[in-house]
Design a protein around this ligand. Structure first.
Ligand code: FAD
Ligand code: SF4
Length: 289
């Protein structure tokens, strides 16, 4: 493995301590990448070293992309959000307990099997997109998906953030040594509102069991644009394009927001996440309205 970048270090240093990361480190502290700039089309370019706290609290970003700001403000703790960066939150490694334990090998450590499949536990995925059964860890990725964010990478052409997460075998598709330099977001939509909610097993400082984020734009009593994504349910962050389509063009209502997800749970242990996700989706749409 080539050297691994260190941004805020909140994920990397934990893996160093557990022996899961062992090679050289390139510290990004002096690399800049901290600016937030308007783009010619009216969107924004956010440097990879901008902190998660800035995503959550910057008033311009909060007005432009409320779903992103609410999501960023919900994760971990204030201390971690001040250290964690856009690059790190999008490219952090899985929280799977086997992966985090150096005594196990699996598909994500260069091994061949997945020990979690035989003992998934209540935190595993609901939807088996395969081969990994640990939910994708990034909350902020969900918001980036529903804003159609684009990732700027130093050694290859820019690509949609969604394309970084198209393989359930990997946490993201950046190659070793590739540097994420910035995220660009399209122009904000006037009048958009947003909701974010997570189900979590303790008050804070924990990844959620499930989470949902949504934005809605309503004009003349009709939803003209919707973005909905759910986390904690699959090995990739999940945008619900079908739900977005069902909402668009309709007048908002409680019935419309009450979604029945046509999912089959991969494991009995995680079947509880289906009604949980349905409730979270209803709640974030109601918040957004
Ligand atoms: C108690 C706790 C609770 C948490 N809860 C949540 C949660 O609910 N939701 C959530 O999303 N996260 C959660 N997190 C994770 C946290 O958001 C991440 O640890 C953090 O965002 C990582 O950012 P960082 O800048 O510290 O990354 P680092 O630890 O520095 O890096 C993480 C990884 O990204 C790579 N990387 C970083 N920047 C770049 C770049 N520019 N280009 C290429 N590679 C790069 C690094 O090489 C490394 O592999 C939690 C963390 C803790 C400790
Ligand atoms: S769930 Fe994913 S990270 Fe965990 S053991 Fe299986 S392949 Fe590895």
């Amino acid at each position: 493995m080539t050297a691994e970048y260190r941004a805020g270090g909140t994920d990397l240093m934990e893996r160093r301590a557990s022996g899961r990361s062992t090679g050289h480190i390139i510290d990004l502290y002096d690399q800049g990448l901290r600016s937030i700039e308007p783009t010619p089309d009216g969107g924004f370019r956010i440097g990879a070293m901008v902190t998660v706290d800035t995503l959550a609290t910057d008033p311009v970003l909060a007005k432009a992309y409320p779903a992103l700001s609410k999501t960023a403000g919900s994760l971990a703790t204030p201390q971690i959000r001040r250290a964690a960066t856009v690059g790190g939150v999008l490219l952090q490694k899985t929280r799977c307990r086997y992966y985090r334990n150096e005594h196990y090998e699996c598909l994500k450590t260069g091994g061949t099997g997945c020990p979690a499949r035989d003992n998934p536990g209540e935190r595993a995925v609901v939807l088996d997109v395969g081969p990994c059964v640990a939910p994708h860890p990034s909350s902020v990725a969900l918001a980036m998906l529903i804003y159609d964010a684009v990732a700027e990478v130093d050694r290859s052409p820019s690509r949609r953030v969604a394309d970084l997460y198209s393989d359930g075998a990997r946490d993201h598709l950046l190659e070793d040594g590739e540097l994420l330099t910035a995220i660009t977001l399209p122009p904000p939509v006037e009048g958009e509102r947003a909701g974010y909610k997570r189900a979590i097993s303790r008050a804070s400082a924990e990844w959620p069991l499930a989470e949902a984020v949504a934005h809605l734009t309503v004009r003349d009593g009709v939803i003209i644009r919707a973005g909905v994504a759910v986390g904690g349910v699959a090995a990739v962050p999940l945008r619900l394009a079908g739900v977005e389509q069902a909402l668009t063009g309709q007048p908002p209502s409680e019935e419309l927001f009450t979604r029945s997800l046509d999912w089959t749970a991969a494991f009995p242990e995680t079947a509880y996440k289906i009604p949980l996700a349905e409730t979270l989706i209803r709640d974030v749409l109601t918040q957004a309205l």
